[in-house]
Design a protein around this ligand. Structure first.
Ligand SMILES: Nc1ncnc2c1ncn2[C@@H]1O[C@H](COP(=O)(O)OP(=O)(O)OP(=O)(O)O)[C@@H](O)[C@H]1O
Ligand SMILES: [Mg+2]
Length: 242
């Protein structure tokens, strides 16, 4: 597949919850082997958009054309099953998809994915025995268990300190290279945005308010981009209705 060929085409997506319009006529592509960042203030519809791309939620209208069936998702909060071991959490999508898969094959795959996220040998631990950063890495391992061609990340660094956030971003970039995958990453974290340096979509008022690169985001030329990086209450985006 060419780098300029989209792996996902999103066309005129609309989604409302009751009277609240969350996404209105959203269209964009995700290209092969790119990281696309989705940013926007709380409630701007980022998680809703990811859920629709992943097929967990249905749009009211519009379409998502996915060129692959191999998709992985890292949920906001690690969303691990607390009563299950790391092994069972990571293996879950594999077993769920193929009930007849051999135990040896599961074992080998889980061990390979845990190695990629730096958690070799942690199979028997339970989520409550792990730090926040380790939990996020387990959720990364689970997201890649089926060798996805596209990975959707919802706030993968939220609640983590800057050093651990950096480590997570390094793993995301490593997955990008090792799996040759495309990624869609939702984040508020300015350090993450700086470090990943890629194409960005800013959601506001159910639409794409601004689209550009990390460099452009920080250059301050656009009032939406400027308000986002400054976290200012004043600006074109009404953040808190007073
Ligand atoms: N299942 C649902 N039922 C009703 N309303 C919903 C549902 N899911 C999301 N919403 C509403 O849609 C809007 C967008 O929510 P969403 O979770 O997509 O925002 P977000 O950009 O991910 O926010 P955050 O940065 O806080 O995670 C919010 O107003 C939210 O209340
Ligand atoms: Mg969200």
């Amino acid at each position: 597949m060419s780098l300029l060929e989209p792996i996902v085409e999103i066309k005129n997506l609309c989604k409302s919850f009751g009277k609240k319009k969350v996404l209105h006529n959203i269209s964009f592509n995700v290209y092969h082997n790119e990281v696309l960042l989705i940013i926007g203030f709380s409630g701007s519809g980022k998680s809703t958009l990811l859920r629709i791309i992943s097929g967990l939620d249905e749009p009211d209208s519009g379409e998502v054309i996915l060129k692959t069936t191999h998709l992985g998702m890292v949920f906001q909060g690690a969303a691990l099953f607390d009563s299950m071991s790391v092994f069972d959490n990571v293996a879950f999508p594999l077993i769920n998809q193929n009930k007849k898969i051999a135990y040896e094959q599961i074992k080998q795959k889980v061990s390979e994915k845990l190695r990629i996220v730096g958690l070799s040998g942690m199979e028997n631990l339970r989520p409550d025995e792990l730090s926040g950063g380790m939990k996020k890495r387990v959720s990364l391992a689970r997201a890649i268990i089926n060798d996805p061609e596209i990975i959707l990340y919802d706030e993968p660094t939220s609640g983590l300190d800057p050093v651990v956030s950096n480590i997570i971003v390094d793993y995301i970039l490593k997955l990008q290279n090792e799996l040759n995958a495309s990624s869609v990453l939702v984040t508020h974290n300015l350090n993450v945005i700086k470090k990943i340096s890629s194409r960005i979509i800013l959601l506001y008022d159910s639409k794409i308010a601004w689209e550009g690169t990390s460099e452009k985001l920080f250059s301050g030329d656009n009032p939406y981009a400027k308000q986002f990086i400054e976290g200012a209450k004043q600006g074109p985006m009404v953040v808190i209705k007073e």
